[in-house]
Design a protein around this ligand. Structure first.
Ligand SMILES: NC(=O)c1ccc[n+]([C@@H]2O[C@H](COP(=O)([O-])OP(=O)(O)OC[C@H]3O[C@@H](n4cnc5c(N)ncnc54)[C@H](OP(=O)(O)O)[C@@H]3O)[C@@H](O)[C@H]2O)c1
Length: 368
């Protein structure tokens, strides 16, 4: 007789834009069920959300949801500045946790969350959702296979014109600013390209940026040195770096390029990519190399029966299902971390962002 498959029961903390999108995307994830939602302080908002998404239980505070024994995994989609406390509370309540990016507003917070997850023996992952898109999985595989040789440079950007009305992004108290909200995407992409076998921190971080009058960064430019002193392949790997740009002032093309010694891969629409192009140079690095151009396209899933009037708030959110699937797969295999987005890497990158903020003079109240 076939063993019935485990159903993972999710609880949603928050009722804002990304919680809407995640709840909607979860509908297309097999073996998942959303059993509860909580807002910070309003049963009306929680009930409206629950009714919209067909969630049986609604709460007007996060603690009440954490007491619900039915909930296996908590998805945290609240303000950046609230992640640390909610992650720790959830882990201590015995829940597995998927928490929105950035995991914490600084490395100290991230370290505290990691320590707690390891003590409580519960799953924790930063919701770097686009790392699980089929397109990104394919890019990783090609890099691992050496399709473009040794990775030597990464160029990646993410810019969106963020109106002042989106207060959380312009507020230092909320852990806002371009770097933590938008810059994480190209930064994590660069890190992924250099961390295929093991998490590799940059050896130097140089940051430039422009601050708003509220003290958060409007734009940030990061120059990250990933040089390795490897004797065997000195020529190929000694000079490795990444250029990462983000801005809250303008939409940018998100055309991400990873260049290796044999060619490059261009990821179109960066953080929500469904297409990438690989160009392979001829046998040597001649001035006019033979070029092999190959295009790959992957599809985002469609909900089998999208119920009107539900719709996604953010572009590409259908793809949130891939990270949810990855979390469930890891849990099914008895793992407390996802290999593709490890806690060590979250910590390394939180330290990079701390250093970048230090150089730019961006201070959060949580840094004190
Ligand atoms: N993966 C992605 O593509 C993506 C996209 C956008 C944002 N995000 C991340 O998701 C998180 C939320 O972003 P969002 O765009 O969904 O924000 P949002 O729509 O403004 O929702 C923020 C949520 O935080 C909760 N909250 C708790 N205390 C609050 C306070 N004092 N003031 C305002 N809100 C408070 C709100 O509460 P209730 O619980 O009361 O409803 C609300 O549901 C952020 O960490 C952001 O970086 C991820």
């Amino acid at each position: 007789m076939a063993v019935p498959k485990q159903i993972f029961k999710w609880g949603i903390l928050g009722s804002g834009g990304i919680c809407n999108d995640f709840s909607l995307a979860l509908r297309s994830v097999p073996q998942s069920s959303t059993v509860a939602v909580a807002t910070s302080n309003s049963i009306e908002r929680a009930q409206v959300f629950a009714d919209r998404h067909g969630i049986p239980q609604a709460y007007n505070n996060y603690d009440a949801l954490l007491e619900n024994k039915e909930v296996d995994i908590v998805y945290i989609g609240t303000l950046n500045s609230s992640h640390r406390d909610l992650v720790i509370k959830s882990l201590k309540a015995g829940k597995h946790v998927l928490c929105e990016k950035p995991l914490g507003v600084n490395a100290r917070e991230v370290q505290e969350m990691i320590d707690c997850a390891r003590t409580e023996k519960r799953f924790l992952m930063e919701a770097m959702w686009t790392r699980f898109f089929p397109s990104m999985v394919d890019v990783r595989q090609r890099l691992r296979d050496g399709a473009i040789g040794e990775v030597t440079q990464v160029d990646a950007d993410f810019g969106v014109n963020i109106p002042r009305s989106v207060k959380r992004l312009w507020s230092a108290e909320c852990g806002g600013g371009g770097l933590l909200d938008l810059g994480v995407y190209p930064l994590y992409f660069a890190s992924m390209c250099y961390s295929l076998d093991k998490v590799t921190p940059p050896t130097a971080v140089h940051a430039n940026g422009k601050l708003a009058e509220t003290g958060v960064d409007v734009w940030t430019s990061l120059n990250l040195d990933y040089s390795q002193k490897s004797k065997e392949s000195k020529e190929e790997t000694d000079f490795r770096h990444a250029l990462v740009n983000c801005t809250m002032a303008v939409r940018t093309p998100e055309s991400w390029v990873v260049s290796g010694t044999k060619g490059n891969i261009r990821v179109h629409n960066g953080h929500i990519s469904d297409k990438h192009t690989m160009t392979v140079w001829g046998s040597k690095r001649e001035m006019k190399p033979e070029v092999v151009d190959r295009h790959f396209r992957t599809e985002l899933p469609q909900l089998s029966a999208p119920p009107t009037p539900l719709s996604y708030v953010y572009p590409g959110s259908e793809g949130l299902c891939f990270e949810a699937q990855a979390v469930q797969k890891a849990l099914e295999a008895g793992q407390l971390e996802c290999e593709e987005m490890s806690l060590d890497e979250s910590l390394v990158l939180a330290k990079v962002m701390d250093e970048a903020r230090r150089q730019m003079g961006v201070k959060f109240p949580q840094d004190a």
